[in-house]
Write a new protein. Structure first.
Length: 328
């Protein structure tokens, strides 16, 4: 089987979830004795193509065109449909980003195929791939597979796989092959405007390497500065479970869980979080999970790498002090 990963870049910068999807592709390839190729699309992307070539892939496809410099769903679909027709992959994988949600279903439909989106994992049963998707806000998961012939299209949820597990190329670099596409201005029916910019207070927690998250155990909004002090001492972002954001104690952009953001940081420090499934589905992809809760039976301890049964109001100031000493 040939697997093609469509990596995502924006203004010459990677969306890091692309490498999570590449890690998924490499794992699938190992399980199914398949090969993996990677693709980057846009303009002026030779440097990014070189970065992909350093990973364990058979080849990197570089798709460049003047009309692809700015993202448009029409431009991407017309170009990628030509590339897929030529490369003939069996499985096309995407990171489940806002941009992918915009164009990938359209691309699959253009080719008369279906798409399984927002997957959290897969299984290989006798050579047949089965993808898992969450349902009902993470309360259950469904097994989904493809009908009909290849190519098949799927996207993986942020945090479903760990980007740090991407395997480097065994001999240094894979070949980078430029692919020419035919694209005309009249084929693009939308006009790109200025890129959307979030408010200065907004934060993309999916890109944060360190996160300190608070739950009901924080008790009152006036206690949040203690957790923020820990986060500042760590150089981490502050986040929360849904009840905290519902109360308005932290903005909704800081919410992690099935109805918030899905994250996969290097370190996730959970302060006073019980570990309800709706929250866990948003952070279980963290490389290391440290949980502090006074309830020794809290579900969060079932997924934590390190657990401390204790009062967060005793631990937070002590932890902040030690972290500050370490910096000094």
């Amino acid at each position: 089987m040939k697997i093609l990963v469509i990596a995502e870049q924006r203004q010459g910068k990677w969306n890091t979830t692309s490498f999570e999807t590449l890690a998924a592709a490499q794992q699938i390839a190992k399980d199914t004795s398949s090969t993996v190729s990677a693709l980057v699309i846009g303009k002026g992307l030779a440097g990014l193509a070189g970065e992909l070539a350093a990973k364990s892939v058979a080849e990197v496809l570089l798709v460049e065109h003047d009309l692809l410099e700015a993202y448009t769903p029409d431009g991407y679909c017309v170009a990628l449909s030509q590339v897929i027709a030529g490369a003939k992959p069996d499985l096309v994988l995407f990171p489940h980003t806002y941009q992918v949600r915009d164009f990938a279903p359209k691309l699959a439909a253009m080719l008369g195929k279906g798409m399984i989106g927002d997957c959290i994992g897969y299984r290989n049963e006798g050579g047949k791939l089965i993808f898992m998707r969450q349902m009902f806000q993470g309360k259950t998961a469904a097994d989904v597979t493809f009908q009909g012939g290849a190519p098949w299209f799927a996207s993986f949820q942020a945090g479903a796989f760990r980007a740090d597990l991407v395997v480097a190329h065994p001999s240094g670099n894979a070949p980078v092959n430029s692919v020419k596409v035919e694209l005309k201005a009249e084929q693009i029916r939308t006009k790109p405007l200025d890129l959307f910019k979030e408010a200065k207070s907004a934060v993309d927690l999916t890109q944060a390497p360190l996160i300190v998250a608070i739950g009901r155990g924080i008790k009152a909004p006036e206690n949040i500065p203690q957790a923020e002090a820990v986060a500042k001492a760590m150089g981490a972002e502050i986040a929360a479970s849904r009840p905290i954001c519902d109360e308005g104690w932290l903005p909704m952009e800081r919410q992690i869980g099935s109805s918030g953001q899905t994250v996969a940081p290097k370190l996730y420090l959970a302060l006073g979080i019980s570990g309800a499934i709706q929250h866990v589905v948003g952070m279980k992809g963290a490389r290391t999970i440290v949980a502090i809760n006074k309830d020794q039976n809290a579900p969060i301890f079932e997924i934590a790498d390190y657990g401390v049964v204790g009062d967060i109001f005793e631990i937070m100031p002590a932890l902040t002090e030690e972290l500050q000493k370490t910096k000094q």
